[in-house]
Design a protein around this ligand. Structure first.
Ligand code: UT7
Length: 310
């Protein structure tokens, strides 16, 4: 069975922070950031928190009453919820005034969460049923803006996809290796004491060791050849990672990227990419899209979904 993208939406804070902002007070440079990461700017929220940003992303789906009636599942992937209860997914049910027969929950798989949630959606839905999967983060509240190693990497944003379960082929692969190389440990939700910490080199090595293999397995398990994959949409962590993987699969022209504009928005990167691709009319009916997320856990997930066209 398979998953088809019917609609996409996104929401990004208006405030744009260019690399030059960090040059003013940190020992860093626009040149270093661009060369080592590919990031030129990112959005940093000034006044909107993650639940409201998520509501705007699902509003952007412009759901009809008929589409709403077919939704059976909402999964919101986030590591930066404003509060523990009620969940962002419950908030979305209320905000969209959805019927009550919906399984809705939030999950935290860090940067891998959107793909993990997509895999769960495929396993849960019956043919022709719909799910909303959201990746959403306001990471800036957990960033130490005085730490040059992390401050320049992350951004805020939210993306949403309306999926339909279909009879098409679906293949996926996931893995988890416990590690504190990427962590957010402290008094939970306390802005003063909790910062994202990352051993970038170790996470980089982990990614290059496990993600290509996960992509290879996912393609091998599918009914598609590597050439038949129309787009590879990877977690937007570092352009060097994406280029390295593109040398092994597909070629860089098949990789959609926007980390130059938005940085690393953790679980939001992939749905934000999908929405931008959709709005640019890049997505045509039945194209095969390979999605791969990786990050804190450490973990990774890969799957192949179909595009439903605009
Ligand atoms: O989203 C979850 C998944 N995340 C990832 O997959 C991220 C994986 N890791 C990475 O993308 C890269 O490791 C980073 C972009 C985080 C760092 O790039 P790197 O090429 O691995 O740099 P590095 O940590 O090895 O640091 C190289 C040098 C160091 O200086 P020395 O020791 O060589 O003198 C750092 O102190 O660059 C220095 N450095 C900086 N210099 C200027 C680190 N950050 C900066 C900075 N500006 N912002």
């Amino acid at each position: 069975m398979g998953l088809k993208i019917l609609k996409t939406g996104s929401s990004l804070p208006e405030n744009i922070v260019e690399n030059s902002y960090f040059e003013k007070y940190l020992d860093t440079s626009d040149e270093w950031i661009k060369k080592r990461t590919g990031i030129e700017k990112r959005r940093i929220s000034k006044d909107i928190d993650v639940c409201d940003l998520s509501k705007k992303a699902v509003e952007d789906l412009n759901l009809s009453d008929e589409e709403k009636s077919k939704i059976k599942l909402i999964i919101v992937s986030s590591l930066s919820a404003d509060y523990i209860m009620p969940s962002i997914s419950s908030n979305i049910c209320g905000h969209l005034n959805l019927h009550k027969e919906i399984l809705a929950f939030d999950l935290n798989m860090a940067c891998t969460g959107f793909v993990g949630a997509s895999i769960l959606a495929e396993k849960y839905l019956e043919i022709d049923e719909y799910a909303i999967v959201v990746g959403t983060e306001v990471l800036s509240k957990y960033m130490d803006f005085n730490n040059r190693e992390n401050a320049i990497l992350f951004g805020d944003g939210s993306g949403a996809v309306l999926y339909k379960k279909t009879v098409d082929n679906f293949s996926c692969d996931s893995g988890t290796l416990y590690s504190k190389d990427l962590s957010l440990i402290g008094k939970s939700l306390d802005k003063e004491s909790s910062f994202i910490e990352m051993n970038g080199k170790n996470v980089y090595r982990f990614t290059m060791e496990y993600v290509p293999e996960s992509i290879r397995k996912t393609i091998e398990m599918s009914s598609y050849s590597e050439d038949e994959i129309d787009y590879f949409v990877l977690h937007q962590a570092n352009m060097r990672i994406i280029k390295g993987i593109a040398k092994r699969f597909g070629g860089i022209e098949k990789y959609f990227t926007n980390l130059n504009k938005f940085g690393n928005t953790s679980s939001a990167t992939i749905p934000i990419c999908l929405d931008e691709m959709n709005k640019k009319n890049l997505l045509k009916e039945n194209q095969k899209l390979l999605l791969s997320g990786f990050g804190g856990g450490l973990n990774y997930s890969t799957c192949i979904v179909l595009s439903g066209g605009k």
